[in-house]
Design a protein around this ligand. Structure first.
Ligand code: NAP
Length: 518
């Protein structure tokens, strides 16, 4: 498929032979290899395979292999290691051994290796695999040693990452295999193992697996071939690729990987952006980021920082810029000469869309909410000479805003009688999964203001915006801020302006996908 040494292996998990044949043809046009999971086929008659080489089932396997223009791995997984059909082991292994005569590779569990040898497989075509579906075994080195003592073309160790730091073990195994000059597939299943699937090949993994779409995955956390190839661009990732990503919790639904990766691709930049789901910030920094202690040797360019780490992260950085210092929050880190520098692009990202609509000096602004994003907006508005009133459900909790910025804070229902020309929603009200369809204020309180700006972007059209438009206001969606703050981050890392259109359409697609999935 490609000149890159990275192999993307499409996994076929169809339930019928006809569907598998069609999927193999589709997969061969996108992937570098194909794994056919025979244990998913419910209309496949395994027979008794007494004479494996002439059996009808072997004939079907041959047909499946010959349907592909790229090498095929035949896998017939035992239920004890995630297989979907209970078939007598002798029947299963005899077929697998026979298939080593014509398939690119056949994958057998290490636990059944000795039994497979009884059927004389071509060991030069074997992938011998080890799986732990429950987590990270403590003795991975011993497992590696036992596994690699079994003659095979490729060895494979698949674990399950329960937290992001578990991914490090896969990279360590790949480093060891590189030193030992062995072909190894090492990856960690689960969402927390995502980086092993994207970066694994660049760190020496023989291949990375991809599904043919949502619902077709053969393992937890498996990305699709489309995501691997077109979003993360795995084929061009090397050890020199600049790495960026978003650290926070939760980040699984973040639109940032889509926005940044599409924008990197647009400019053909050698960058990749990953979600880093991490609750323990200090541990993540020790093990992945800080030069002196990190356990992965990668070319880190920077990070986006999101909830809940925007304030806490300040203490682990070498330097922060003025805006980050004044707001007490960092949403962007740039790695420069091994120094970590913190920025806050939320401020400019929030203000830019407003400034495009009207001048802010002297403008009367009402900010609803007193949390993190409200702080960024208030700081930006005051910096541009706007007059700011804050409306919060618990004004007493907004004390530090009053102290930091000398703004007045009133209950939300007082907005109706305020003379604000610009009303900004900085609460989560109206957000999908929180209170979609609700607005933080009455429709009347939005009537005939000049501008209504909702920082909520999911959904893009909120009740607050609909009410405001019907009341005669110009409206701005939180999507504008989302894209603007991301574009500023992009520029800090790459030194080049991002394509706003590309980021916007990537974010819009991601938000729509999320709305339909949940
Ligand atoms: P935060 O720090 O948790 O602050 C949320 C604020 O909203 C607090 O003042 C909270 O009041 C108030 N609030 C929450 N539920 C409320 C309710 N039912 N009624 C009245 N007030 C309520 O969150 P944040 O980081 O500021 O983010 C707020 C929202 O902004 C997010 O949910 C997101 O939708 C949006 N956002 C958008 C962007 C963007 O790029 N467009 C960026 C960041 C955030 P209490 O203090 O009384 O709890």
């Amino acid at each position: 498929m490609s000149e890159s040494s990275v192999r993307v292996c499409a996994v076929i998990t169809e339930e019928t032979i006809d569907a598998a044949r069609a999927a193999i043809k589709r997969a061969a046009s996108v992937a570098d290899m194909i794994e056919v999971r025979l244990d998913y086929l419910i209309d496949f008659d395994f027979g008794d395979n007494a004479d494996a080489h002439t059996s009808a089932s072997l004939h079907i396997v041959r047909t499946l292999v010959s349907d592909s223009s790229v090498p095929v791995i035949i896998t017939f997984r035992s239920p004890s290691e995630g297989g979907h059909r209970q078939v007598d082991d002798d029947v299963r292994l005899r077929l697998l051994a026979a298939a080593t005569q014509f398939a690119g590779y056949c994958d057998v569990e290490a636990a059944h290796y000795e039994q497979l040898l009884r059927f004389s497989p071509d060991t030069g075509r074997l992938i011998v695999s080890y799986h732990d579906f429950s987590g990270m075994p403590a003795d991975l080195d011993a497992i590696y040693e036992r596994l690699t003592s079994l003659p095979a073309a490729v060895h494979k160790i698949v674990t399950h990452a329960l937290k992001i730091t578990d991914s490090l073990a896969s990279f360590k195994l790949l480093a060891r295999a590189h030193t030992d000059n062995r072909k190894l597939i090492a990856l960690a299943m689960g969402e927390a193992g995502l980086m092993t699937r994207v970066l694994g090949p660049a760190f020496g993994s023989f291949l990375t697996y991809g599904s043919l779409g949502t619902g077709k995955e053969s393992a937890a956390g498996q990305l699709s071939c489309d995501e691997l190839i077109n979003l993360y661009r795995v084929r061009r990732i090397s050890r020199a690729t600049s790495i960026a990503g978003i650290i926070g919790s939760p980040v699984g639904h973040s639109a940032s990987p889509a926005m940044h990766n599409r924008a990197f691709a647009e400019l053909n930049l050698d960058f990749v952006y990953l979600p880093f789901e991490a609750q323990d910030l200090a541990r993540f920094f020790d093990r992945f980021i800080l030069k002196a202690t990190r356990e992965i040797d990668w070319n880190l360019a920077g990070l986006s920082v999101t909830i809940p780490h925007k304030r806490e992260v300040v203490s682990v950085l070498d330097e922060i810029n003025e805006t980050a210092s004044k707001t007490g929050a960092v949403n962007t880190i740039v790695m420069k000469d091994d120094r970590l520098i913190g920025y806050n692009t939320d401020v400019q990202g929030a203000i830019e869309p407003l400034e495009r609509v009207l001048p802010l000096a002297g403008a009367r602004c009402a900010v609803i909410g007193a949390g993190g994003v409200a702080r960024a907006v208030i700081y930006g508005l005051l910096e541009r000479g706007a007059r700011v009133q804050v409306f919060a459900r618990s004004p007493e909790k907004a004390r530090d805003l009053v102290d930091s910025f000398s703004v007045s804070v009133s209950p939300i229902d007082a907005l109706e009688s305020s003379d604000a020309e610009i009303v900004i929603n900085a609460t989560p009200i109206g957000m999908h999964g929180h209170s979609q369809g609700s607005s933080p204020v009455t429709k009347d309180s939005l009537r005939e203001r000049r501008v209504a700006y909702d920082l909520v972007y999911n959904p893009i059209e909120t009740r607050f915006l609909t009410d405001a438009r019907e009341g005669g206001c110009t409206t701005i969606s939180g999507l504008d801020m989302l894209v603007a703050q991301a574009a500023l981050q992009f520029e800090l890392w790459t030194g080049q302006p991002a394509s706003i259109e590309v980021m916007r359409s990537a974010a819009t697609a991601k938000i729509a996908e999320r709305l339909t999935q949940e």
